[in-house]
Every structure is written in structure tokens, then in C-alpha cells.
Design a protein around this ligand. Sequence first.
Ligand code: URA
Length: 424
Amino acid sequence: MDAITIIRAKRDGHALTPEQIDWVIDAYTRGAVADEQMAALAMAILLNGMDRAEIARWTAAMIASGERMDFSSLPLPTVDKHSTGGVGDKITLPLAPLVAACGAAVPQLSGRGLGHTGGTLDKLESIAGWRARLAGDEVTRVLRETGAVVCAAGEGLAPADRKLYALRDVTGTVESIPLIASSIMSKKIAEGTGALVLDVKVGSGAFMKTEADARELAATMVELGRDHGVRTVALLTDMSTPLGLTAGNALEVRESVEVLAGGGPADVVELTLALAREMLDAAGLPDADPARALADGSAMDRWRRMIAAQGGDPDAPLPEAKERHTVDAPASGTLTGLDAYAVGVAAWRLGAGRARKEDPVQAGAGVELHAKPGDRVRAGEPLLTLHTDTPERFEAALAELGGDAIRVAPEGEAPARSTVLDRI
Ligand code: URA
């Protein structure tokens, strides 16, 4: 077996054989296939696709490249949620303790933000003392004690994906449905969860810009999960405008705590409850009542325990940025559009995100919204507040928010928009 024959086969539009897939993933993980060869193969896959059988084998080979976690000794059913990434997507923060408060165990291995999308670990690290890295037995301990753990995946979990994702990131080969589906699902299956709910985002702030692509990604991932015995469902959700009223690390923690306290923006509450119901159903707890757990304080109680179990102080004041700048509504009327991608890039430029993996993030940086599409706004009144420690960044953020990013129509109405678009 050799890499060149495999690259040529995919370049010329042929399906790869199971033996070719197993060999190339294993050889790449061991360093016997070079980065430039894998980059060529990833580009050939991006251009020519893979059929369902190839995707299934590719995913299985990536799972087999590392260790699998096992939570079968826990007395509770396990269920996880994965979002394909968006702007202001802080849902994991209220959702994990909420589902734990309703009786399931939530092992949530999460990532960091890259580019315009935020990462759950960056958000939680704005809480003083909180640790994302846990040793293997610590993950189970926190899960046992609090019912939920949100932490970084260990080095041994799907190492083929770890290597390949970093390579795709720098070779223009991220946007391939077979590669995204196998990347996400290999990690989730290796994580050992019994059930999984996928939040597949669609819109300007998401990887998938069209509903057709989002549907195909969702269906591919659901099939992979079910093939591996993981009860999997997907919700297709809107990412044309940011979720909630904040995009940025500590800003989003603050908003999540508001939701856990029974308040918070309507779209964040709606999506948190919709995902919680799916997770509880998939975990075999269809009679649990997540709305009640939000209202009676039990979800907040779990949150505090979960943060404290990972070294965090749930009562510590959250960091705030040193400088603020407001952006006023350009006209009076109805806000008909506030573009998720533009807000996400603005938050990134302000310091909430990173350009390279090793860059630090500013905990207090980000964008705060004072109106959502559909709201009436008045010319000259604040529409957004930009937060950063480094005011020289305001100019770059403001440049992202020009053009068509903010749309106000004097007589217009925002198109009716629901947060959850479909269930797959
Ligand atoms: N998230 C992942 O884990 N992998 C991808 O390929 C894209 C998003």
C-alpha cells in the first residue's frame, strides 16, 4: 500500500477501499504518510467527496487511532451535545448543568474558538480558577460528583483527527461535509457517550451557509452515530444572527448565568430548553422537566457545583474589558438584520478570538447587542457596545460592522424567524 496510489484514486474520482482508508489513517497518525500527502488527499476528498461507506470507514479508522473513554460504570445514562459552531453560542454553559439537574450525566468534551466562532473552553476560562484540562480519572470523578463535566479532550482521543484537523485548517480543506462529519463524530463516539444531540447551525455565522448543506451534514452525522450504537438526533438551528445578546467570553458567561437564574434572552432560553428536551429524551428520561429545573434553581445549583469541582469560583466577579465603544443605530425603524458573521469577526478583532491556536484571548472582549432583528430602533441610540482591553482594535471591529451587516428599514418588518428550523 502507498499514499500516492490512494491520492491518485481519489483525485480521479474513485471510492477508496476499506483497506486503503485503514492504511492511510494509521500511517498518517504514525507519521509514515507525510503532511503534504495527507493535504493532497484531503483536497481530493473535498473536491470529489466520499460515499457513505467511505465516510463510515474513515470515521471508524479515526476512532481506532486512539483510546475510547468508557462511562459504563456510572449509574446514570450519559448524553452529550455538540454544536457545529456559531456566534454567541454559549448554550453548553446553561445546558450541561440543566440536563444534569434533570438526572442524566453529561460528559462534554469541548473545544476552543478559532476564527470567528467562539469556544466553550475559552468562555469558561474567564471564571477565576476554572481548569479545562483534567486527568482521565478526574473526568469521571467530576461527572460522578456533579453530573456534568465540560473539559478539553485528552491527547489520546482520536489523535488522527487532531493531526488532520490542524492540517485542514491551514490547507483550505475544512469545508468538506465528509471530513467535518467524520471529524466531529470520531471524537464524539470515542468519548463514549450513550446518546448525542447535534446542533447543526445554518446561516452566515455557521460553517454551513445553506440549509441543504446543513441537512446533508446533519443526516451524515446522525447515520454515523447510529451505526456506532449512539442514539443520535440533530436539530437544524439558525445562525444568521448571533444567539442572545452577547458574543465574547466573559460576556457570554454572564448571559448564561442569567439564563440559569431564570432570565436571559428568549432565543437562548428557547434553544437551551429545546436541546435539553432532546437530550433527556435520547437519554431515556422523557418525563424530566427542564423548564422547572431552570425555574426552581436546581440547574443553577449544578452549575455552581460543576464550576467549583474544576477549581473555579462561581462567585468571583467576571473580568471586564478596559475600554468600550458604542455603535448607534444608523436610522429609525425596524432592525431587519444583524449579521452573525460580521458580529463574530468583530468580536474576534476585539480580542475575544484567536488567529492562531497558541494566541491568548481577552476574557472581557466582545460585542454586546442592545437590539435583535425584529426590534424597533431609533437613530442615534446605542445598538451595540464593543468591549476590548486594546482600543486600537476598535477600528478593525467597526470595519466589519459596516456595509450590509446592520440593516434597518423605516417601515420594514424582520422576516419571522424561529431558532430551531428542523429536527433530523
Ligand atoms: N469541528 C470539528 O471538530 N471538525 C471539523 O472538521 C469542523 C468542526
